[in-house]
Write a protein that binds this ligand. Structure first.
Ligand SMILES: C[S@@+](CC[C@H](N)C(=O)[O-])C[C@H]1O[C@@H](n2cnc3c(N)ncnc32)[C@H](O)[C@@H]1O
Length: 302
């Protein structure tokens, strides 16, 4: 959503911007082009994205600094750089096309690959660790809560039975197992039966919802007055967190409703710029099918 990002972030010449999810650096480059002389701090938890970013932003190397960090640590990075407040921040959540299309990363059931799914391959539990080590009940919770999978318990039970014979290590094995566990199996007209389980595991492995919850709340405190935060979510679980955090911070009086006059003097911290989430235009959908589920929300700091 390049145009929408520029419309809501409104980068201005000489400003300081932070892209917390650098990915292929497409948005970062747009920001630098739109705002001559600006400074861009790019973060990504995936070292491969930072390598790509260095390439894509090579023309702007003296305006850019890139860091291998999760975006909830943006405040620490700014401190290291001696920057107190910034003019804008972008969070384009989820996995990048590059991650999805690299079979070895294990994000997709369409390629048989090691069951990994870590956006940062240098750190933390893999999807194989989760499916082979968690209790059935915990697996069922993960599939239900993060994938809204109605056959969560059945799939979890099947995984536990299966791993007693041998551990699950490949995306293909897991996709087949899920297909066999759900009634009706695979019907080409519907989404693949493993779609929800793969989404759930990815969210669990990367602690995606915790990152959004903490990262967005902290990001607001890094903005100067008038500074803007733009967040693009790719599923309703993320979007709900963003929407609620923005609403919370946009509230004025927080006195109990029965008090006749305000006693809290609470002031809104942010102004919501997108009453409803902004969706990709049909023109964008035509060449970027992944933008189908994208929802953009933005605020400005009061
Ligand atoms: C959708 S892509 C971003 C694409 C980017 N806006 C562009 O123009 O190419 C998301 C990127 O964010 C990174 N990412 C996801 N969650 C992150 C987090 N909590 N902290 C840092 N990077 C994260 C992923 O590794 C991935 O490279």
């Amino acid at each position: 959503m390049p145009e929408e990002v520029l419309e809501y972030l409104k980068p201005t010449p000489g400003g300081i911007y932070l892209d917390g999810t650098l990915g292929g650096a497409g948005h970062a480059r747009l920001i630098l082009e739109a705002a001559p002389g600006s400074r861009l701090i790019g973060l990504d938890r995936d070292p491969a994205a930072l390598d790509k970013g260095r390439e894509v932003l090579a023309d702007f190397s003296d305006q850019v600094s890139l860091h291998h960090r999760t975006f909830d640590k943006a405040g620490g990075v700014l401190q290291e750089l001696g920057i107190e407040l910034i003019d804008g921040m972008l969070l384009d959540l989820g996995v990048s096309s590059h991650q999805l299309d690299t079979p070895d990363r294990g994000f997709s059931f369409r390629h048989d690959a090691p069951l990994d799914m870590r956006m940062d391959p240098t750190f933390g539990e893999t999807a194989a660790d989760v499916v082979n080590q968690r209790e059935a009940e915990e697996l069922s919770r993960i599939f239900f809560q993060y994938g809204e999978e109605r056959y969560a318990r059945r799939i979890a039970r099947r995984i536990v039975e299966r791993r007693q014979e041998e551990p699950l290590t490949r995306t293909g094995e897991l996709a087949e197992l899920v297909k066999g566990a759900v009634p009706g199996g695979y019907r080409p007209s519907r989404i693949h039966p493993a779609t929800r389980v793969f989404q759930a595991l990815r969210i669990q492995v990367n602690q995606e919802l915790e990152q959004v919850e903490t990262g967005v709340a902290r990001a607001i405190n890094l903005l100067r007055p008038g500074g803007r935060l733009v967040v693009i979510s790719f599923h309703s679980l993320e979007d709900r967190i963003v929407k609620n955090l923005f609403r919370e911070q946009a509230k004025g009086c927080i006195c109990p409703p029965k008090l006749p006059i305000c006693q809290c003097n609470h002031q809104p911290k942010v102004k919501i710029l997108t009453r409803k989430g902004v969706r990709a235009t049909s023109a964008e959908l035509e060449f970027n099918v992944r933008s189908r589920s994208a929802i953009l929300r933005a605020i400005s700091h009061c």
